[in-house]
Design a protein around this ligand. Structure first.
Ligand SMILES: NC(=O)c1ccc[n+]([C@@H]2O[C@H](COP(=O)([O-])OP(=O)(O)OC[C@H]3O[C@@H](n4cnc5c(N)ncnc54)[C@H](OP(=O)(O)O)[C@@H]3O)[C@@H](O)[C@H]2O)c1
Length: 252
């Protein structure tokens, strides 16, 4: 047997030892189990698509799971309600990351404490505390109203109230309260992801900036991000945990 043949045999033996499906096993090891509340929403649908595209296993939550038409081998559509702690607890167990991307006002109260976003973070944090060390991380989709436009001034403070629907005003305030609530949470791994002021239906470019508490603007003074690119930033955070117990913002 010449040297060339013996080298070939060694390579074949190494490949056999590595075994078939090695790449698939590596991919499975990297893949996260991600629970998405608000999976039917305008933002949530992009989040589900982005996570699936990257090989993650997604549990998409809706109060009406039949409305989730998408079919994918890594996707399960399930019933769940953020107002029901038992429902959250049963879905949270065994997940790596929970994403909350929801909207709504509970009841007729004019109190922003009753914005779904504010109620949801508290209920989910309660569940995560109960789970303890094995708890998934939480990524909450926040609101641009909580961003500073100049030191000490929130964007929410600058929005003219005259033509702003009351529900929207309450949700904006509810998102500010959700951030305040999370900032006092030290024993759960949370992140508060804030989009730019304007969400667009633009395409996924994968090119955007990550900021902090101050609203980022592009060279034309616009604060924008497409829902598709915002979803990229959310799944980046799910994978990298770069902003644990922090707010981060996403804009072009
Ligand atoms: N520039 C900004 O700052 C800006 C602009 C827009 C939105 N946002 C934020 O982006 C996030 C998503 O907004 P969106 O436009 O995608 O909302 P959306 O299209 O109105 O969707 C709302 C979602 O909330 C879910 N939901 C409502 N009540 C629920 C409950 N009790 N339990 C579980 N899920 C519930 C709905 O699910 P089902 O009906 O299927 O149950 C639906 O998927 C929100 O946090 C919003 O504040 C920020």
């Amino acid at each position: 047997m010449n040297i060339l043949w013996s080298r070939c045999l060694v390579i074949v033996a190494l490949l056999l030892l590595a075994g078939p499906g090695h790449g698939a096993e590596e991919e499975a090891a990297r893949s996260l189990r991600i629970l998405v509340f608000g999976a039917t929403g305008k933002v949530g649908t992009y989040v589900v698509d982005e996570a699936l595209q990257r090989g993650h296993v997604v549990t998409a939550v809706s109060r009406d799971p039949a409305s989730i038409q998408k079919q994918h081998q890594n996707l399960a559509a399930v019933r769940g309600d953020l107002l029901d702690v038992d429902s959250i607890a049963s879905l949270a167990a065994g997940q790596d990351v929970i994403i909350i991307s929801v909207r709504g006002i509970i009841g007729k109260s004019k109190n922003p404490e009753n914005a779904l976003q504010r109620i949801a973070v508290e209920k989910v944090v309660d569940v995560l505390r109960e789970i303890g060390d094995a708890a998934p991380r939480l990524i909450h989709v926040g609101g641009a109203g909580s961003l500073e436009v100049r030191p000490g001034v929130l964007y929410a403070d600058t929005i003219p109230k005259l033509f702003l629907p009351k529900n929207i005003e309450l949700e904006i305030q509810g998102q500010i309260l959700a951030l305040e609530y999370l900032r006092a949470v030290t024993n759960v791994e949370w992140s508060y992801a804030t989009p730019a002021k304007d969400f667009t239906n633009g395409e996924r470019t994968g090119v955007f900036r990550i900021g902090g508490d101050t609203a980022l603007e592009d060279t034309r003074g616009r604060s924008r991000i497409s829902r598709a690119d915002f979803a990229v930033a959310l799944i980046d955070e799910a994978e990298n945990a770069a902003h644990v117990r922090e707010r981060f913002s996403v804009a072009y």
